[in-house]
Design a protein around this ligand. Structure first.
Ligand code: URA
Length: 248
Protein backbone atom coordinates (compact mmCIF):
# COMPACT_ATOMS: atom_id res chain seq x y z
CA UNK A 1 0.00 0.00 0.00
CA UNK A 2 1.39 3.42 -0.92
CA UNK A 3 1.64 6.28 1.62
CA UNK A 4 -1.35 8.12 0.07
CA UNK A 5 -3.47 4.95 0.12
CA UNK A 6 -2.47 4.49 3.78
CA UNK A 7 -3.59 8.06 4.49
CA UNK A 8 -6.88 7.47 2.74
CA UNK A 9 -7.48 4.29 4.72
CA UNK A 10 -6.64 6.12 7.98
CA UNK A 11 -9.16 8.86 7.07
CA UNK A 12 -11.80 6.25 6.37
CA UNK A 13 -11.17 4.51 9.68
CA UNK A 14 -11.55 7.85 11.51
CA UNK A 15 -14.85 8.61 9.77
CA UNK A 16 -16.02 5.06 10.46
CA UNK A 17 -15.23 5.52 14.17
CA UNK A 18 -17.08 8.88 14.26
CA UNK A 19 -20.05 7.35 12.45
CA UNK A 20 -20.25 4.48 14.94
CA UNK A 21 -19.95 6.89 17.88
CA UNK A 22 -22.84 8.97 16.47
CA UNK A 23 -24.92 5.81 16.07
CA UNK A 24 -24.13 4.85 19.66
CA UNK A 25 -25.23 8.28 20.92
CA UNK A 26 -28.53 7.71 19.08
CA UNK A 27 -29.05 4.49 21.01
CA UNK A 28 -27.97 2.00 18.36
CA UNK A 29 -26.47 -0.99 20.10
CA UNK A 30 -25.85 -3.41 17.26
CA UNK A 31 -23.92 -3.25 14.02
CA UNK A 32 -24.06 -6.25 11.71
CA UNK A 33 -20.54 -7.42 10.84
CA UNK A 34 -20.31 -9.86 7.97
CA UNK A 35 -17.18 -11.95 7.47
CA UNK A 36 -14.05 -9.86 7.10
CA UNK A 37 -13.83 -8.67 3.52
CA UNK A 38 -10.71 -9.62 1.62
CA UNK A 39 -8.24 -6.73 1.89
CA UNK A 40 -6.73 -5.83 -1.43
CA UNK A 41 -3.97 -3.40 -2.17
CA UNK A 42 -5.79 -0.64 -4.07
CA UNK A 43 -7.29 2.42 -2.40
CA UNK A 44 -10.71 1.76 -3.97
CA UNK A 45 -10.82 -1.77 -2.66
CA UNK A 46 -9.63 -0.68 0.78
CA UNK A 47 -12.46 1.89 0.79
CA UNK A 48 -14.96 -0.82 -0.11
CA UNK A 49 -13.62 -3.14 2.60
CA UNK A 50 -14.23 -0.44 5.21
CA UNK A 51 -17.74 0.19 3.85
CA UNK A 52 -18.47 -3.55 3.96
CA UNK A 53 -17.47 -3.67 7.62
CA UNK A 54 -19.98 -0.92 8.42
CA UNK A 55 -22.57 -2.90 6.44
CA UNK A 56 -25.72 -1.77 8.19
CA UNK A 57 -27.37 -1.07 11.49
CA UNK A 58 -30.06 -3.33 12.86
CA UNK A 59 -33.53 -1.75 12.66
CA UNK A 60 -36.99 -2.50 14.01
CA UNK A 61 -37.76 -3.49 10.42
CA UNK A 62 -35.09 -6.19 10.64
CA UNK A 63 -36.57 -7.46 13.87
CA UNK A 64 -40.05 -7.78 12.36
CA UNK A 65 -41.48 -5.20 14.79
CA UNK A 66 -42.93 -3.00 12.04
CA UNK A 67 -46.48 -3.77 10.93
CA UNK A 68 -47.51 -0.80 8.79
CA UNK A 69 -46.02 1.80 6.46
CA UNK A 70 -46.59 4.43 9.19
CA UNK A 71 -44.60 2.36 11.68
CA UNK A 72 -41.92 1.86 9.06
CA UNK A 73 -41.71 5.62 8.47
CA UNK A 74 -41.41 6.09 12.25
CA UNK A 75 -38.66 3.47 12.35
CA UNK A 76 -36.68 5.42 9.75
CA UNK A 77 -37.21 8.58 11.82
CA UNK A 78 -34.71 11.41 11.35
CA UNK A 79 -32.35 8.82 9.89
CA UNK A 80 -28.61 9.23 10.31
CA UNK A 81 -27.67 5.64 9.56
CA UNK A 82 -25.54 6.61 6.55
CA UNK A 83 -23.66 9.65 5.31
CA UNK A 84 -26.43 10.73 2.92
CA UNK A 85 -28.29 12.28 5.85
CA UNK A 86 -25.89 15.21 5.99
CA UNK A 87 -26.94 16.65 2.61
CA UNK A 88 -30.63 15.90 2.52
CA UNK A 89 -33.63 18.14 3.09
CA UNK A 90 -36.22 15.37 3.46
CA UNK A 91 -36.21 11.62 3.84
CA UNK A 92 -38.12 10.60 0.70
CA UNK A 93 -39.98 7.60 2.02
CA UNK A 94 -42.40 6.67 -0.77
CA UNK A 95 -45.91 7.53 -1.88
CA UNK A 96 -49.08 5.94 -3.15
CA UNK A 97 -51.55 3.23 -2.36
CA UNK A 98 -50.40 1.03 0.55
CA UNK A 99 -52.36 -1.84 -1.03
CA UNK A 100 -51.10 -1.21 -4.55
CA UNK A 101 -50.89 -4.12 -6.97
CA UNK A 102 -48.13 -2.31 -8.81
CA UNK A 103 -45.01 -0.79 -7.29
CA UNK A 104 -42.31 1.24 -9.02
CA UNK A 105 -38.82 1.30 -7.53
CA UNK A 106 -36.31 3.95 -8.61
CA UNK A 107 -32.78 4.72 -7.57
CA UNK A 108 -32.90 7.61 -5.14
CA UNK A 109 -34.29 11.11 -4.80
CA UNK A 110 -32.96 13.94 -6.93
CA UNK A 111 -33.06 17.64 -6.13
CA UNK A 112 -36.81 18.14 -6.68
CA UNK A 113 -37.69 15.02 -4.70
CA UNK A 114 -35.38 16.03 -1.85
CA UNK A 115 -37.03 19.45 -1.64
CA UNK A 116 -40.59 18.11 -1.82
CA UNK A 117 -40.11 14.87 0.14
CA UNK A 118 -41.86 12.89 -2.60
CA UNK A 119 -40.37 10.46 -5.14
CA UNK A 120 -40.39 11.15 -8.89
CA UNK A 121 -41.68 14.72 -8.97
CA UNK A 122 -38.99 16.27 -11.23
CA UNK A 123 -38.62 15.91 -15.02
CA UNK A 124 -38.02 12.16 -14.86
CA UNK A 125 -40.95 11.96 -12.46
CA UNK A 126 -43.22 13.71 -14.96
CA UNK A 127 -42.30 11.07 -17.52
CA UNK A 128 -43.03 8.30 -15.02
CA UNK A 129 -46.37 9.97 -14.25
CA UNK A 130 -47.15 10.01 -18.00
CA UNK A 131 -46.33 6.29 -18.23
CA UNK A 132 -48.70 5.61 -15.31
CA UNK A 133 -51.54 7.90 -16.40
CA UNK A 134 -51.39 8.18 -20.19
CA UNK A 135 -49.79 4.80 -20.80
CA UNK A 136 -51.47 2.58 -18.21
CA UNK A 137 -54.67 4.53 -17.55
CA UNK A 138 -53.93 4.60 -13.81
CA UNK A 139 -53.16 7.42 -11.37
CA UNK A 140 -50.18 7.86 -9.08
CA UNK A 141 -52.59 7.08 -6.22
CA UNK A 142 -53.30 3.63 -7.68
CA UNK A 143 -49.66 2.55 -7.51
CA UNK A 144 -46.85 2.83 -4.97
CA UNK A 145 -43.58 4.61 -5.80
CA UNK A 146 -40.38 4.26 -3.79
CA UNK A 147 -36.63 4.33 -4.20
CA UNK A 148 -33.70 2.12 -3.23
CA UNK A 149 -32.22 4.91 -1.08
CA UNK A 150 -34.43 7.41 0.71
CA UNK A 151 -32.02 10.35 0.81
CA UNK A 152 -30.57 12.31 -2.08
CA UNK A 153 -27.00 11.38 -3.05
CA UNK A 154 -24.92 14.56 -3.50
CA UNK A 155 -24.73 15.81 -7.11
CA UNK A 156 -27.09 12.96 -8.01
CA UNK A 157 -24.22 10.48 -7.93
CA UNK A 158 -24.99 6.77 -7.66
CA UNK A 159 -25.66 5.60 -4.11
CA UNK A 160 -22.63 3.82 -2.59
CA UNK A 161 -22.70 0.24 -1.25
CA UNK A 162 -22.79 1.26 2.43
CA UNK A 163 -25.69 3.67 1.70
CA UNK A 164 -27.64 0.97 -0.11
CA UNK A 165 -26.92 -1.49 2.70
CA UNK A 166 -28.23 0.99 5.31
CA UNK A 167 -31.47 1.61 3.41
CA UNK A 168 -32.06 -1.90 2.08
CA UNK A 169 -34.06 -3.21 5.09
CA UNK A 170 -36.51 -0.33 4.67
CA UNK A 171 -37.17 -0.98 0.99
CA UNK A 172 -37.49 -4.69 1.70
CA UNK A 173 -39.99 -4.01 4.49
CA UNK A 174 -41.90 -1.54 2.31
CA UNK A 175 -42.27 -4.25 -0.33
CA UNK A 176 -43.24 -6.85 2.29
CA UNK A 177 -45.93 -4.56 3.72
CA UNK A 178 -47.37 -3.51 0.34
CA UNK A 179 -46.92 -6.98 -1.14
CA UNK A 180 -47.63 -5.78 -4.71
CA UNK A 181 -48.41 -8.26 -7.44
CA UNK A 182 -45.76 -6.66 -9.66
CA UNK A 183 -42.65 -4.55 -9.12
CA UNK A 184 -41.30 -2.41 -11.96
CA UNK A 185 -37.63 -1.73 -11.28
CA UNK A 186 -36.59 1.51 -12.96
CA UNK A 187 -33.07 1.57 -14.31
CA UNK A 188 -29.84 -0.27 -13.88
CA UNK A 189 -29.32 0.72 -10.28
CA UNK A 190 -32.71 -0.38 -8.89
CA UNK A 191 -32.65 -3.57 -10.94
CA UNK A 192 -29.16 -4.53 -9.86
CA UNK A 193 -29.89 -3.68 -6.21
CA UNK A 194 -33.10 -5.73 -6.10
CA UNK A 195 -31.89 -8.67 -8.15
CA UNK A 196 -28.34 -8.61 -6.73
CA UNK A 197 -27.15 -8.92 -10.30
CA UNK A 198 -24.44 -7.28 -12.34
CA UNK A 199 -26.06 -8.25 -15.64
CA UNK A 200 -26.60 -5.10 -17.76
CA UNK A 201 -30.10 -3.62 -17.78
CA UNK A 202 -30.15 -3.97 -21.57
CA UNK A 203 -30.19 -7.75 -21.06
CA UNK A 204 -32.46 -7.84 -18.01
CA UNK A 205 -35.20 -5.49 -19.21
CA UNK A 206 -38.31 -6.86 -20.83
CA UNK A 207 -38.04 -10.22 -19.05
CA UNK A 208 -39.79 -11.31 -15.88
CA UNK A 209 -37.72 -11.87 -12.75
CA UNK A 210 -38.67 -12.58 -9.13
CA UNK A 211 -38.00 -10.62 -5.95
CA UNK A 212 -39.23 -12.17 -2.66
CA UNK A 213 -41.72 -14.23 -4.69
CA UNK A 214 -43.05 -11.11 -6.45
CA UNK A 215 -42.89 -10.71 -10.23
CA UNK A 216 -40.38 -8.05 -11.18
CA UNK A 217 -40.07 -6.31 -14.54
CA UNK A 218 -36.86 -4.35 -15.13
CA UNK A 219 -37.07 -1.44 -17.51
CA UNK A 220 -35.14 1.70 -18.36
CA UNK A 221 -35.15 4.62 -15.93
CA UNK A 222 -37.26 7.64 -17.02
CA UNK A 223 -34.16 9.88 -16.69
CA UNK A 224 -32.41 7.64 -19.23
CA UNK A 225 -35.44 8.01 -21.52
CA UNK A 226 -35.16 11.79 -21.34
CA UNK A 227 -31.65 11.41 -22.78
CA UNK A 228 -32.55 8.55 -25.14
CA UNK A 229 -36.14 9.09 -26.25
CA UNK A 230 -35.77 6.48 -29.01
CA UNK A 231 -35.82 3.80 -26.29
CA UNK A 232 -39.28 4.84 -25.09
CA UNK A 233 -40.73 2.20 -27.39
CA UNK A 234 -38.82 -0.50 -25.51
CA UNK A 235 -40.22 0.72 -22.19
CA UNK A 236 -43.68 0.71 -23.72
CA UNK A 237 -43.14 -2.97 -24.67
CA UNK A 238 -42.19 -3.70 -21.04
CA UNK A 239 -45.16 -1.76 -19.69
CA UNK A 240 -47.55 -3.64 -21.97
CA UNK A 241 -46.27 -6.91 -20.48
CA UNK A 242 -46.89 -5.46 -17.00
CA UNK A 243 -50.46 -4.42 -17.90
CA UNK A 244 -51.19 -7.86 -19.34
CA UNK A 245 -49.90 -9.55 -16.20
CA UNK A 246 -51.94 -7.24 -13.97
CA UNK A 247 -55.13 -8.26 -15.74
CA UNK A 248 -54.49 -11.95 -15.08
N1 URA B 1 -34.92 9.33 -9.94
C1 URA B 1 -35.13 8.31 -9.09
O1 URA B 1 -34.56 7.23 -9.24
N2 URA B 1 -35.97 8.50 -8.09
C2 URA B 1 -36.64 9.64 -7.89
O2 URA B 1 -37.41 9.73 -6.94
C3 URA B 1 -36.39 10.69 -8.80
C4 URA B 1 -35.54 10.52 -9.81
Amino acid sequence: MSASEGDELATLVISLRRHLQRQQRMGVRFVARPGVAAMTPTATENKKAVADKVERVSTNSDRGEVRSLEELRDDIGDCRRCKLHSGRTHVVFGIGNPNAKLMFVGEGPGRDEDLKGEPFVGRAGQLLTDIITKGMGLTRDDVYIANVVKCRPPENRNPEPDEVASCEPFLKKQIELIRPKIIVALGKFAVQALLQSKVPITRLRGNWHTYMGIKLMPTFHPAYLLRNPADKKLVWEDIKKVMKEMQQ
